[in-house]
Design a protein around this ligand. Structure first.
Ligand SMILES: Cc1cc2nc3c(=O)[nH]c(=O)nc-3n(C[C@H](O)[C@H](O)[C@H](O)COP(=O)(O)O)c2cc1C
Length: 170
């Protein structure tokens, strides 16, 4: 299947290590994987102007890097949301990318989802996990797994192997 990973981290560090482990496992299983560096993109928040649902016919009035991730929203079978925790939440970049799917309502083809979270301290990703689960339920995706690493667990070979094996089993 076609898997799109939306990486909300602006850095190539802890979240990126989880993303790379996932991508490696998924590729080994024969899946097509695309990593979208949402954390480094310029994606503004939704204006709520409803242009997309009126004159725009599904197109957003704002012209920015959303155009780079729209193909993934239209064509992928699985979406993986990856993010560091910033003040008990996902990054603003990933939140904007998630909310801007509003112009088409929900990903067109995808039926599956997973989440990769990197945090400094244990338990700080709980609200993000809850939000992810509620959000994917709303857009009709099935959760295949959530990985939330904290502190020393980041970049631990054991934890990254778990993620690689999980992706290999998809
Ligand atoms: C702006 C900012 C806010 C953060 N807020 C939290 C937080 O609320 N809870 C936490 O456990 N870690 C927090 N952290 C730490 C990061 O989640 C952690 O270092 C993570 O591994 C970074 O991932 P990255 O290497 O992909 O950027 C914060 C880091 C930054 C830069």
């Amino acid at each position: 299947m076609k898997i799109a990973i939306l990486n909300g981290s602006p850095r190539k560090e802890n979240t990126a290590a989880m993303v790379d482990a996932f991508a490696q496992g998924a590729k080994e299983a024969g899946h097509e994987v695309e990593i979208l560096h949402v954390g480094k993109m310029k994606i503004a928040g939704c204006l709520g102007c409803e242009y997309c649902h009126t004159k725009g016919e599904g197109k957003c009035v704002q012209k920015d890097d959303l155009e780079k991730i729209m193909p993934a929203y239209l064509e992928s079978d699985m979406i993986v949301y990856a993010t560091p925790i910033y003040y008990f939440n996902m990054t603003a970049q990933l939140a904007a990318a998630i909310q801007r799917v509003y112009c088409i309502g929900k990903p067109a083809k995808a039926k599956k989802a997973a989440m990769l979270i990197s945090s400094g301290s244990p338990g700080t990703g709980n609200a993000t996990i809850e939000s992810y689960k509620t959000m994917i339920g709303y857009i009709g995706l099935e959760d295949k797994g959530v990985f939330c690493l904290a502190g020393e667990e980041n970049k631990s070979e054991e934890k990254l192997a778990e993620i690689r094996n999980f992706a290999k089993g998809l």
